[in-house]
Design a protein around this ligand. Structure first.
Ligand code: BGC
Length: 338
């Protein structure tokens, strides 16, 4: 009898402790949708979101991440967001497929009472003629539980142009008084592509350098497409091409393959710049096969996005915009820092 009582008491104690522990540990459900998993840069970014959430876990707080691939399809991503709402996510982190759908998506998430962190693709304000306004977007500004975390792409474009401007020959390899370039653009709906295209060239013209655009094509951030477009331009314009501007490193890696195949040599008869600082691009810069890139800080951006998501989970007040700086990376910088 005594023994049974002892076992019973021990069982009550163990059960009591267990329920005490589980009452303490809180698991937050986080829904993340990325516009497309095959994107090189967004792969680094999304992996770091998961890693960083893990480092913030304690005995008392856990984060259950559900990550989804938007497959570059807005309808697919809208379904994912609706599933997140049905599953009762505590916060959503969203890398939009189409920023033009921002209003509709934000409305649904806000109506469901779920805080939202938009990343990487900034929704924009437009005027009545469809012109981009240099103003914050109402869908973000009007909602205290919605914010955007990103980098100002004007800065990255300017840095690309400055790396060419600062070369001894200022990018004018054949000495004809102008810099003849080709531009390989990312998704044209993306402000990063628009600003990098504009500001890379502006850095040259602002310095009084004459420019000539030989070719300007859309490579949609894609390496294979970057290679194809660069190969075509090199076979069409040959030695005339002095500078290849790529809106990202993915396309620059493709362009570099095309440059080698055309028997050209970066730093001697052509220059090549990208954006992102993918590890492969850093290697090429150190070897002298790429002129430079611009660090698109996926660590800083993913950490800022997770930190603000945690603030929202804690019911803290947040800002509507969080900006992370770009860093210019030429050969000297790459050698000293990587
Ligand atoms: C990056 C690109 C990437 C794009 C995705 C940009 O900021 O530079 O590499 O493809 O974001 O939206």
């Amino acid at each position: 009898m005594k023994k049974t009582l002892a076992i019973l008491l021990a069982a009550i104690l163990v059960l009591g402790c267990m329920s005490f522990a589980s009452a303490e540990a809180k698991t937050y459900k986080v829904g993340v949708s990325i516009y497309q998993y095959t994107d090189n840069f967004m792969t680094l970014y999304r992996n770091e979101i998961e890693n960083y959430f893990k480092t913030l876990e304690t005995d008392d707080v856990k984060y259950e991440i559900t990550m989804a691939d938007g497959k570059n399809d807005m309808a697919e991503q809208t379904n994912q967001v609706r599933n997140f709402i049905t599953q009762g996510m505590d916060v959503i982190i969203l890398n939009l497929v189409q920023t033009s759908s921002a209003d509709a998506v934000i409305d649904e998430i806000v109506a469901a009472g779920i805080p939202l962190v938009l990343i990487n693709r900034e929704p924009l304000a437009y005027d009545a003629d469809g012109k981009t306004l240099d103003e914050s977007y109402a869908g973000i500004l009007d909602n205290p539980t919605v914010c955007y975390v990103g980098a100002d792409a004007r800065q990255s474009g300017t840095y690309q142009g400055e790396m060419i401007r600062d070369l001894d020959n200022k990018g004018d390899i054949n000495g004809d008084g102008k810099v003849s370039y080709i531009m390989i653009e990312g998704d044209p709906e993306n402000i990063d592509a628009q600003y990098r295209t504009e500001f890379s060239v502006k850095a040259l013209t602002d310095a009084g350098i004459e420019v000539e655009c030989l070719d300007d094509q859309v490579g949609n951030w894609d390496q294979t497409k970057g290679q194809e477009l660069c190969a075509n331009a090199l076979s069409k314009y040959g030695d005339k091409v002095e500078v290849v501007f790529c809106n990202n490193d993915g396309m620059a890696l493709g362009a570099e393959t095309a440059i080698i195949a055309a028997g050209r040599k970066v730093g001697e008869d052509i220059y090549l710049v990208g954006v992102d600082a993918l590890p492969e691009a850093i290697d090429l810069i150190k070897e002298g096969n790429m002129t430079g890139t611009v660090l698109n800080d996926h660590i800083g951006q993913s950490h800022a996005a997770v930190d603000v998501a945690v603030k929202l989970l804690n019911g803290e007040k947040i800002d509507n915009y969080y900006w992370v700086n770009y860093v210019k990376i030429d050969k000297a910088y790459a050698e000293a820092n990587y």
